[in-house]
Design a protein around this ligand. Structure first.
Ligand SMILES: [Mg+2]
Length: 231
């Protein structure tokens, strides 16, 4: 068993319940923009369409094929067009609402505070998160997570995104940590787990959805609190 000193956490879908928070914001947007009156029969129908479009656009953003601004407009514009609503201005307003409102949502996965409180006594905790700087910073503050972390590395403030080995090396550098005394905890088998493994860092995969993977992480848990059995 290695003697870890530094624990690097992912944020979205690892601690901050992205799906639930996003669902709550989109419900507000659906109501505020009167999408039912425009012909989208129910929020759930809208949500399912948006979810698929957003997922595909994020794949393109992650590999650098589209910009942040394009992603934020297009996920709403394409979702409206899927219901024959060709309203770019509405899509723009929805995109603005989404980025404005969502960072203020505070739903965390069960056990987040309990886990971080316990780990903080024994380790230095840090975050490495892919995302937009202003959005991620607000989320961390609003959901009362800031107090646990010494260093917060947000991809937009670096030239890289996870799974680039460079962002992991940069994070070690910024925290004065070595790879041997560090472990990465995250939900994304590619971005977090394979990314950390690519520089020889141990990993804990928070596989809440019990997904299958050919890659074998150092450890896998299905609930946050199980991490206390490992660390
Ligand atoms: Mg994540």
């Amino acid at each position: 068993m290695k003697q870890y000193k530094h624990i690097f956490f992912d944020l979205d879908r690892t601690l901050w319940d992205f799906e639930q928070n996003s669902h709550n914001v989109l419900q507000e947007i659906y109501l505020n923009h009167h999408l039912q009156n425009k012909g989208i029969p129910s929020f759930e129908v809208f949500y399912n369409t948006y979810h698929k479009i957003n997922h595909d656009l994020w794949d393109l953003y992650r590999i650098g094929k589209i910009t942040k601004d394009f992603l934020n407009l297009e996920r709403f514009y394409a979702s409206l067009k899927a219901f024959d609503i060709n309203e770019k201005d509405t899509a723009k307003a929805m995109g603005l609402d989404y980025v404005t409102l969502s960072p203020y949502k505070k739903v965390l996965f069960p056990g987040t505070h309990e886990l971080l409180t316990a780990l903080q006594v024994k380790y230095k905790l840090h975050l490495i998160t892919n995302g937009f700087a202003e959005v991620q910073t607000t989320k961390i503050k609003e959901s009362d997570l800031e107090k646990y972390f010494e260093k917060i590395i947000i991809s937009e403030t670096t030239p890289w995104k996870k799974p680039s080995p460079e962002i992991f090396k940069y994070s070690l550098n910024k925290t004065n940590a070595t790879v041997e005394e560090s472990i990465m905890i995250g939900d994304d088998i590619n971005a977090d787990i394979k990314g950390a493994a690519s520089i020889g860092m141990d990993q804990i995969w928070t596989n809440f959805t019990k997904s299958k993977s050919d890659f074998k992480p150092t450890h896998t848990v299905t609930k946050l609190i199980e991490i206390l059995n490992i660390l």
